[in-house]
Ligand binder design. Sequence first.
Ligand SMILES: C[S@@+](CC[C@H](N)C(=O)[O-])C[C@H]1O[C@@H](n2cnc3c(N)ncnc32)[C@H](O)[C@@H]1O
Length: 309
Amino acid sequence: MAKKYRISDKFALSEHIVLFHGDCLDLLKKIPDESIQLIVTSPPYNIGKEYEKKLELQMYQEQQAAIIRECVRVLSPRGSICWQVGNYVDNGSIIPLDTILYPIFTELGLKMRNRIIWHFEHGLHCSKRFSGRYEAIIWFTKSKNYVFNLDPVRVPQKYPGKKYFKGPNAGKYSCNPLGKNPGDIWSIPNVKSNHVEKTEHPCQFPVELIERLVLSMTNEGDWVFDPFLGTGTTIISAIRHQRKGAGAEMVSKYIDIARNRIDKEAAGTLRTRPMNKPIYDPKEAGNNLTISPWTTEQNNVQLSLLNKK
Ligand SMILES: C[S@@+](CC[C@H](N)C(=O)[O-])C[C@H]1O[C@@H](n2cnc3c(N)ncnc32)[C@H](O)[C@@H]1O
C-alpha cells in the first residue's frame, strides 16, 4: 500500500487511521453506534505483565464487561468481535480466560461462531504441567446476517489433484481451486525474539493472524477497531487490506512503536511474516542444531532396530 494516510488521535468516520493514547473507554465514547465492522483484540490477561495491575478475578471480569458492552454498542449489525486470550494463572492453577469471558458476550446477545485455536511452538517451559502451546480466539457476531468471506483466506488443499471417483462428476477434480477452508486450528508462529515483527512489547500478536480475520470478516472501506492496541498490529492488518483502523493504547512507548510501524506499513517498508508462509522446519532446512549431542552410537543402533520393527 503506497498511500500515506494521516494518523488522527480523535475518532471521526471521515478518518482512515485513529491512534488514541489513553483508556479505550474514552475512545469508545466517541465512536458512533453500530459503525465498526470488526473489533479484534488481545486484552491484558491479568497476569501482572508490565502494562497491567493484577486484579481480583471478579474485578477483572467487571472491567472487561464494561469494555465489551461498549464494543457491542459500536459494532455494526453485520459485524464481528474476536477476543484473543490465553490463560489466567493463579498459584499454578490455570483458568482459560475465554471460559470466564464467554458469558459476558452471550448475555449481551452475541452469537458465538468459532472458538479458534491459535497453536504455536514456542513459549515457557513448564515443569509441573504440560507447556502451554495454544491460545484461543473467540469469535462472536451481532446477528445471523454477518459478513464472512471465505475465499480470500482459503489455504492450499493437501490433495489438490483428488478427483470424484463415482457419480455424475466422476473424473473431475473434487477440490475448490481456490483452496480449502483453513479450519479452526491455526498454526502460526507467535512473536518471540527471533520473529521478524518483534518489538519491545512483551505480547504482540502476529500480523498474519489478524489479516485472516480482517479479510474474512470485513470488506474494503470498513472500520476495524482494537481497544487494546499495543504496537498497532490490528491497524496494520486493516490498512494493508484497504480497511480503516482505529485503536487505543495506554502506554506511550507502545503508542510510539505503533505510530512507527503504521508509518512503515503505509510506506511499504514494514517487515512482517507473510500470510500462509509454511512453518519453518529446522530438520528440513538442514539446521545442524537438530542433531542431538546426547544420542550415543548405541542409541542409534537401538533406534534403527525400532525403525526396522
Ligand atoms: C496484550 S497487549 C496487546 C498487544 C497487541 N495485540 C499487539 O499486537 O501489539 C494489551 C495492551 O493493552 C494496553 N491496555 C491495557 N489496558 C488498557 C486500556 N484500558 N485502554 C487501552 N489500552 C490498554 C496495554 O498497555 C497493552 O499494550
